[in-house]
Design a protein around this ligand. Structure first.
Ligand code: GLU
Length: 500
């Protein structure tokens, strides 16, 4: 089994295309096949190397590695269409020689006039066939005189093109509705429908899984397979991925490119697992499955043909699951850029990465995406006691009965770093005895003083995290982390001032 993903490098990788790539990859991996990446860059105006690079990077990030492709090469290369122009030229010449293709000199004006005339007479517009029977000598003479024709494929009249789509079942098109398509443009570049057939045939592709937007191209391609004497592959056309409002997933729905999902802090395994379930079910009740398991269960015939709806809530649920399952050291690597961007750490030193990893357990349980983690641990890095004291909700906590006694006792009882749950609990017990406060009346003032926030992660975890941060080597964090002792002192001074 040989499968391919054939992106046009004209922008970022859309999640709908990533799903197409994934389904090809799953089938190749589940059936011991080969997965090929081919770059369809014959549209010189719209294709860019930056786009190609970012698509490759996104595929790698998703873990959709390829056996043959532009950077790994392989027996059927090159894998970039712009490097295969000689092949298209040679097959186009053969087609002309065999009468399956012909030169066309029609000007855009002429084509437009033909089109208008067909529309006016109520016929579906298609190429009028003006140059179809131009004698060979005449065509040569016009080229010798400097005219630059296109090459058109001669669609045989009156045939019914049928194929069995692995997702949609029997599909039939009459050749009567297909005008002779351009296969080589006047600048010598091949058109998509022609290049794709030459490539899929020469690369010995056995199954083409692609978006349903290509279904009307398939009969043209099948006719070309026949004309060139190639055996066609099997086809599977996937329904498009839609937004919750049943229109194709687009910017209006939020993030659409793999890059955006990555930047927002989704883990690749969450996105892969989620995309696999759009329009396909692995069977059974389980939905959270590693990619290897998805591959072993995947059959393209089981893909549904109704539109797949992209459900951000479900993706967030999966992301929460995979964040909790990920090893903290790896998660720290994935999160580091948010910590750098927030100005919490200044570089990825081993100390900084270990410290980040130690903070994650108290944050991952309450966020949908990695990007949100920095907000959950802002109290560690960006504590500002004076600013906190000026906030009404914090002042309100301090005005609760007994709160000042708690703060005073807190400042007295924190005499050194509180590096674990036990030392925090022991300290809190002493404050409880000294202040006579318990429960919320005890812990709420402690929380506002030590974190500068009215809510947040469990103090059992937050407090040791703060003091571990305060002991990091200089330069690990962008600003020194203030210790609990210093934090309590800021609040105690204020409380003392208010009392005097
Ligand atoms: N380059 C085409 C696209 O990105 C590939 C279509 C195909 O798979 O045949 O839509």
């Amino acid at each position: 089994m040989r499968l391919r993903f054939a992106p046009s490098p004209t922008g970022q990788l859309h999640v709908g295309n990533a799903r197409t790539a994934l389904f090809n990859w799953l089938l190749a991996h589940g059936k011991d096949g080969t997965f090929i990446l081919r770059i369809e860059d014959t549209d010189a105006e719209r294709s860019t190397r930056e786009s190609e690079t970012s698509i490759l990077e996104d595929l790698r990030w998703l873990g959709l590695d390829w056996d043959e492709g532009p950077d790994v090469e392989g027996p059927h290369g090159p894998y970039r269409q712009s490097e295969r122009l000689h092949l298209y030229a040679s097959y186009a010449n053969e087609m002309i020689g065999a009468g399956h293709a012909y030169y066309c000199f029609c000007s855009p004006q002429q084509l437009d006039a033909d089109r208008q005339a067909m529309l006016a007479s109520g016929r579906p517009p298609r190429y009028a066939g003006t140059c179809r029977d131009l004698p060979d000598g005449k065509a040569r003479a016009r080229m010798d005189a400097g005219e630059r024709p296109v090459i058109r494929f001669r669609v045989p009249a009156g045939v019914e093109v049928t194929f069995t789509d692995l997702v949609r079942g029997e599909v039939a098109f009459s050749s009567e509705v297909i005008g002779d398509p351009v296969i080589v443009r006047s600048d010598g570049r091949p058109a998509y429908n022609f290049a794709v057939v030459v490539d899929d045939a020469l690369m010995e592709i056995t199954h083409v899984i692609r978006g349903e937007d290509h279904i009307s191209n398939t009969p043209r391609q099948l006719l070309m397979y026949q004309a060139m004497g190639f055996a066609p592959p099997q086809f599977a056309h996937l329904s498009l991925v839609m937004g919750p409002d049943h229109t194709p997933l687009s910017k209006r729905h939020g993030a659409t490119s793999v890059m955006e999902f990555r930047e927002r802090g989704y883990l690749p395994e969450a996105l892969v697992n989620y995309l696999a379930l759009i329009g396909w079910s692995p069977g059974g009740d389980e939905e959270l499955l590693p990619v290897g398991e998805l591959a072993s269960r995947f059959n393209v015939e089981d893909v549904g043909h109704s539109a797949g709806i992209f459900d951000p809530e479900k993706l967030a649920w999966m992301n929460r699951h995979y964040m909790k399952a990920a090893a903290p050291a790896r998660l720290a690597g994935e999160c580091a850029r948010y910590f750098l961007k927030a100005g919490f750490v200044s570089q990825r030193t081993p100390e900084a990465m270990d410290y980040l990893a130690s903070l994650l357990p108290m944050a991952v349980g309450s966020v949908d995406r990695l990007e949100e983690i920095t907000d959950r641990v802002r109290f560690v890095f960006a504590y500002d006691g004076t600013a906190a004291l000026a906030r009404p909700e914090i002042a309100a906590v301090l005005h609760e009965p007994g709160a000042r006694d708690v703060i005073t006792a807190l400042a007295a009882e924190i005499t050194g770093p509180l590096l674990d749950r036990e030392s925090f609990r022991a300290m809190a017990n002493r404050v409880k005895d000294l202040s006579g406060q318990k429960g919320k009346a005890l812990f709420h003032p402690i929380r506002v003083a030590l974190t500068g926030e009215v809510g947040g992660p469990e103090l059992d975890l937050a407090v040791p995290a703060i003091d571990r941060g305060s002991m990091l080597p200089r330069g690990t964090t962008a600003r020194p982390v203030l210790s609990c002792r210093e934090r309590a002192a800021v609040f105690a001074r204020q409380v003392g001032r208010d009392l005097s």
